[in-house]
Design a protein around this ligand. Structure first.
Ligand code: ADP
Length: 253
């Protein structure tokens, strides 16, 4: 296990207005402590994805800034930032027709020369690492040769987590990682993500819409509503009242 230096993430007055005039984020400011598991809650369209995408430069704030260990995320430092930040997607982000092994290597592409990747000549240490990571998420090495599209949703998200860990990220950004999984599998996947992050000292920003999972796995809850931050506190301070404020409705699991 690589001893990582946990990273601090700060959002400072982050606003985002899309070219069509949609104001997705309105002056959002908060801090995520080193190695914390921060869950973003909020109704669909409240700006969670946009905020997460600002962390790895997939979206650029119209004003304000995101700071990663005090370094502002700008175009100039994006290659460096992207080496530190891995993403886990709602729809797993895998190439379904490629093998699990090929998908896993995709997680290391930033470190593999393009010509080697095109020829499938992956360094041995990455192959070993892919096997180890796959085992750490509960999948045997035999899964490496299987087509990603043939795996179940839960298995695919296990691969998604293992893939995100290939380059030893210091931050994981997970955009509704369990939205398309059933409750039991969602619980397992969140547990896995939580354990993997804790073991490696990775700071996690994760959007969810299941408050029960947030309560169980988060250290910090951030609530967004229509692009405005309306809640930011340790998970133990989240009351049912806060939850209904965030969702503008009655609490439910
Ligand atoms: P959430 O993740 O909470 O569902 P999003 O960040 O995806 O919210 O979206 C926030 C708002 O920004 C929504 O109104 C959405 O329609 C809008 N939005 C997101 N992406 C774009 C885009 N590329 N162009 C215009 N509007 C967008």
């Amino acid at each position: 296990m690589s001893p990582l230096q946990p990273i601090h993430v700060a959002f400072r007055a982050v606003s985002k207005t899309f070219p069509d005039g949609t104001q997705a984020l309105k002056g959002v400011s908060f801090d995520v402590a080193r190695g914390a598991f921060c869950v973003l809650l909020g109704p669909s369209g409240s700006g969670k994805s946009t905020l997460l995408r600002c962390v790895n430069g997939l979206a650029t704030p119209s004003s304000g800034e995101v700071l990663i260990d005090r370094q502002a995320v700008t175009d100039k430092v994006l290659p460096d930032i992207r080496r530190k930040v891995s993403m886990i997607h709602q729809q797993f982000g895998l190439v379904d027709r490629a093998s699990v092994a090929e998908n896993m290597m995709g997680g290391a592409l930033a470190e593999i020369p393009t010509w080697r990747a095109l020829l499938g000549l992956y360094p041995d240490h990455f192959k070993t690492k892919a096997c180890e990571l796959l085992q750490s998420v509960g999948l045997s090495p035999e899964h490496l040769q299987r087509r990603a599209g043939d795996l179940s949703g839960g298995q695919r998200q296990r691969v998604g987590i293992a893939r995100a860990l290939m380059l030893d990220p210091q931050i994981i950004v997970a955009d509704e990682p369990v939205a398309s999984l059933d409750p039991r599998i969602s619980q397992e996947i969140m547990e896995l993500l939580r354990q993997a992050a804790r073991l490696r000292g990775v700071t996690v920003l994760c959007s969810l819409h299941q408050v029960a999972l947030a309560r169980e796995h988060a250290d910090q809850i951030v609530g967004l509503q229509r692009g405005v931050l309306i809640f930011d506190a340790p998970v133990e301070n989240l009351s049912d009242g806060d939850f209904s404020d965030i969702y503008d409705q009655e609490p439910c699991a």
